[in-house]
Design a protein around this ligand. Structure first.
Ligand SMILES: [Zn+2]
Length: 409
């Protein structure tokens, strides 16, 4: 009887707590402690430290060097809480994937300034959070995916050739965290399955082998992912996907899962009218708070794994720009056809360091199954091969200018 009583209490208490911690409450915290200085997703490490150092001065969390990048930048580890369950979080191992880095700064702001909030108290007494925002500061300096040595460090978990990969491996080995959060940005043109809907957040409990086996660690990661889905659904309803679960033997998420840490990948994708990804930054804060609380309170054990397992997979049915129903004459000797024109825009840096959005024509034909961030009605517009050439890139402003010109002709 003595053993049963506390169990019964737990069963009664947990649903009440789960109800108490609503998405709205987490969203309220995320908005209240959002660092207003951050308005762009492109920032170097020096800027990141300017945001974090005043928060560090509150003494609520600590900083320690985790190692040094190839170009000699110190990679910092921030530690919060005194709980027995350790959680390791790392962001921006790809230098141009900064959405979660912004979210981690917001969380540090929350921990620095709302130390006594009941939810924050629950986090810091049950958990020890080990946070590495910006694992690849050299890449972040150039806003590029790879490290200064031109290595994709997410394919370096086995060889450990790069100093950045060794930092992450050492952190996992030293602390043996129960949970790990692998924080990335995916292509904003990813979609919810084969629909035209943008994938805002993709989640994954990475595989540990080719057979896609479930280990106890991976099963726990799936349950926490299910809790994340429930928490962020009001923010990005119908826009949550499951990332490709093919085992990648050289990737960190897969290996850290294999090394005994329940690992969850969070990929921030795209969101309409939000190129700086501020909505997804807030969504990351809510996702991580929900994950922390479900781990702190142990309530993820009651999660339904199907909530994660039944998420639609990522698709690729989105362009940045589509011109619908234009007339296109590919050459002198062939008649014109009515086509849709699919265009993607990527940020390139010119020789003076200026960011130039470059538009590339990536497809021509029936693109009726594809959506776009921006659509133009091409009815009555005539294009020929001097303008439309597959794989041809031109500055986005020149393309838009050209469209105006053709439209008014
Ligand atoms: Zn990435």
């Amino acid at each position: 009887m003595k053993l049963r009583f506390p169990l019964a209490v737990l069963l009664i208490v947990h649903p009440v707590r789960a109800q108490m911690i609503s998405s709205n409450e987490l969203l309220g915290l995320a908005y209240s402690y959002r660092l207003t200085d951050i308005t762009s997703r492109r920032f170097p490490q020096s800027r990141l430290l300017q945001w974090i150092d005043p928060l560090l001065a509150t003494g609520r969390f600590t900083s320690s060097p985790a190692g040094t990048s190839a170009e000699g930048r110190t990679v910092y580890l921030y530690t919060y809480g005194t709980g027995t369950t350790k959680i390791l979080l790392w962001s921006q191992m790809h230098g141009d994937e900064s959405t979660a880095t912004m979210a981690l700064v917001d969380l540090l702001n929350l921990f620095a300034n709302a130390h006594d909030h009941p939810l924050v108290t629950s986090i810091r007494t049950h958990l020890t959070l080990l946070m590495v925002p910006m694992l690849n500061p050299d890449g972040a300096e150039r806003f590029q995916r790879r490290t200064a040595q031109q290595i994709d460090m997410n394919r370096d978990a086995l060889r450990l050739a790069t100093p950045e990969a060794r930092i992450l491996k050492t952190l996992q080995e030293t602390h043996r965290p129960s949970f790990g959060f692998n924080l990335h940005d995916q292509d904003p043109r990813s979609t919810v399955g084969q629909s035209k809907e943008v994938a805002a957040i993709a989640l994954l409990a990475p595989a540990v082998d080719d057979a896609n086996s479930d280990t106890p660690e991976r099963t726990r990661a799936k349950l926490v992912a299910a809790r994340i889905v429930q928490a962020i659904t009001p923010l990005v309803p119908g826009h949550i996907t499951r990332y490709d679960d093919t085992f990648e033997p050289r990737a960190f998420g897969d290996n850290i899962q294999k090394w005994g840490t329940s690992t969850i990948l969070i990929e921030s994708g795209g969101w309409r009218d939000d190129p700086e990804k501020m909505h997804l930054r807030t969504t990351n804060v809510v996702a991580l708070l929900a994950a922390f609380l479900s781990i702190a309170e142990g309530d993820y054990h009651q999660a339904d794994p199907a909530v994660y397992e039944t998420l639609p997979k990522n698709g690729r049915n989105l362009f940045d720009i589509v011109i619908r129903g234009a007339s296109f004459k590919a050459g002198f000797s062939v008649p014109p056809l009515t086509v849709d024109i699919g265009i993607n825009v990527d940020q390139e840096v010119d020789s003076t360091g200026l960011i130039v959005p470059m538009a590339t024509i990536v497809d021509v034909g029936d693109l009726s199954t594809f959506g776009a961030y921006r659509e133009f009605d091409g009815t009555g517009m005539m294009f020929d091969s001097t303008v439309i050439e597959l794989k041809k890139s031109l500055p986005e402003k020149d393309l838009l200018h050209l469209l105006e010109h053709i439209r008014s002709r």
